[in-house]
Structure formats: structure tokens, C-alpha cells
Design a protein around this ligand. Structure first.
Ligand SMILES: O=C(O)C[C@H]1C=CC(=O)O1
Length: 96
């Protein structure tokens, strides 16, 4: 199942810089591992903001919830999820 996930990062300004750097480093390691596994198919920065638009490819809603809620930045993000399905005009047969 494919999902579009939008994440807007809202780190509180009073978190110590060291802690922020540690969270971001852990987030990067986790995000890259999920990309290697093929579960996080696309990761795009939204230009001009501390936000991303991503495409996840997971078995079901429960797996998506599990992956997203395990993100180190999860407590500091506003997240919106949209389920996707194949577009009838798409020429990409392998998608969805
Ligand atoms: O920077 C972000 O958009 C937030 C998050 C998503 C992947 C990652 O490494 O950090």
C-alpha cells in the first residue's frame, strides 16, 4: 500500500543544540535504513520549509503507523497521511 506522508518539523527552540543534533542524526540513520528496505520510496524536501513530502510503501496502515511513530523526530512533527491508489491514466504498470 502506498501512502503520501507530509511531515512538518517543529522543534522547540529551547531544546539544547546537542540534543537536536543527536535526534537529527538518529532520524537520518533510521530514514536511510527504511529507504534501503524499500519502505520509504521517496523523500523530498518542500522547498523553503523544514518539511518533507514522502511516499511510503508498506503492508498496511498498522505498519505505516509503526514506522512513522518510531521516527526520532516524531514528537516534533505535524504529520499528514493520504492513502494512494493507482491512477487509471498512469503508464507505470509497476506502481501501486
Ligand atoms: O528533515 C526532515 O524532513 C525530517 C526527517 C525526515 C527524514 C529525515 O532525515 O528527517
Amino acid at each position: 500500500m502506498l501512502f503520501q506522508v507530509e511531515m512538518v518539523v517543529k522543534l522547540p527552540p529551547d531544546i539544547p543544540a546537542e540534543q537536536t543534533a543527536d535526534i537529527k542524526m538518529k532520524e537520518k540513520v533510521y530514514a536511510q535504513e527504511l529507504q534501503r528496505q524499500g519502505k520509504w520510496r521517496h523523500l523530498w524536501r518542500v522547498a523553503g520549509s523544514y518539511a518533507n513530502v514522502s511516499i511510503f510503501d508498506v503492508t498496511d496502515n498498522a505498519e505505516l503507523q509503526d514506522l512513522i511513530s518510531s521516527l526520532p523526530l516524531f514528537p516534533y512533527m505535524d504529520i499528514q497521511v493520504k492513502p494512494l491508489c493507482r491512477h487509471p491514466s498512469s503508464i507505470r504498470e509497476n506502481d501501486a
